[in-house]
Design a protein around this ligand. Structure first.
Ligand code: ATP
Ligand code: MG
Length: 319
């Protein structure tokens, strides 16, 4: 009897910490005028993976993402693309390699959906060829993937917040860059569209090897969709690693100041953050003993007995 042939060894999957980084920040300092908001930050974006950045409001997530997309010039350190300082690369070359969806993009007045998505193709166009079949295919596909084809002729400023957000995502997809930076792409989206957009991110990553960096506020979605998670606080990175390494009760308390329990997500097994007990009104004070006595009617519960509808404070679930 011959021994079964050994199963082919799968290609090693780079883990977040060791994957080669084509996009990286080295001692990156970012400031608005004289106010520094990101301090001496080192970040390696694992190539071909989905990195999710989380952190409280105003901790510097968007500022960092804008610098990674060259919308903001560092006041110290550098952003490197394949080892070269991003600031020194030609704008067009950067736009063909890095697509950035900012947190609050502003559309030109009265522009239609199709025209806005088509703007994503600008970095690929040449003066001698304004519009190619490749442009047409990229725009059509991006609109289909984001479910905005039916809105093509509508003015962007007449759309709902969620529709508009999907149009911006379509524009970023139409740019067809190997690196995609998305700042809170699920803002304004209902839960089904949130899941659709995040699934799309994973699909792009899987089918086309895109490297994606996404800022998300929902820790549970971050833990579900990230290969690599980066937690920021006060302009600094406080933790990086897999969701299981980063999303812990201690980290959520330290970074967000929130008491929670972390349990395995019943569907994916990724960490699921369950915040502590919601605010409850304090128990009613007992009636003052020296107030004029009022004889309770026989149907009224005595003040010392809890009302049947009100659990006593002791019976409430512990926080
Ligand atoms: N254009 C700007 N000019 C001056 N200060 C700015 C500007 N943009 C952001 N800031 C400040 O920089 C700090 C970091 O802001 P940033 O937008 O990066 O935070 P964030 O982590 O993305 O927050 P959020 O979760 O609310 O989007 C904040 O204190 C903010 O007020
Ligand atoms: Mg932001």
């Amino acid at each position: 009897m011959t021994a079964p042939a050994p199963a082919p060894t799968p290609a090693p999957v780079p883990t977040g910490a060791h994957a080669p980084a084509r996009l990286a920040a080295r001692a990156l300092t970012l400031a608005y005028e004289d106010r520094t908001v990101v301090h001496d930050l080192d970040l390696a974006v694992p190539d071909g993976r989905v990195t999710v950045v989380v952190g409280p409001n105003a901790c510097g997530k968007s500022t960092t993402l804008r610098a990674l997309g060259r919308l903001l010039r560092p006041s110290g350190g550098a952003v490197l693309l394949d080892g070269e300082a991003l600031a020194k690369l030609p704008t067009r070359q950067v736009a063909r390699r890095i697509g950035l969806l900012p947190q609050s993009p502003v559309a030109p007045e009265a522009i239609t959906v199709a025209d806005l998505v088509a703007r994503g193709r600008q970095p690929h166009q040449r003066w001698w060829q304004q519009w190619s079949d490749a442009d047409e295919t990229a725009v059509t596909e991006a609109m289909e993937r984001t479910d905005v084809t039916a809105l093509a002729e509508r003015p962007v400023d007449e759309l709902s917040g969620g529709q508009r957000q999907r149009v911006w995502i379509a524009m970023a997809l139409a740019q067809e860059t190997e690196l995609l930076l998305l700042d809170e792409p699920t803002t304004y989206l209902d839960i089904a569209h949130q899941v659709e957009v995040l699934d799309l991110v994973r699909q792009l990553n899987h089918d086309r090897g895109r490297t994606v960096v996404v800022v998300l506020h929902d820790l549970n979605q971050a833990a579900r969709y990230a290969d690599h998670l980066v937690a920021m606080k006060d302009g600094r990175i406080v933790a990086t690693g897999t969701p299981a390494e980063v999303v812990t009760e201690e980290l959520v308390r330290e970074v967000f100041g929130l008491q929670c329990v972390v349990i395995p997500d019943p569907v994916t097994g990724s960490p699921l953050v369950v915040p502590g007990t919601p605010w409850q009104p304090p128990p009613a004070p007992p009636p003052a003993t020296d107030s004029p006595a009022r004889k309770p009617s026989p149907s009224e519960p005595s003040p010392s007995e809890p009302s049947p509808n009100e659990p006593s404070p002791n019976e409430r679930p512990a926080s």
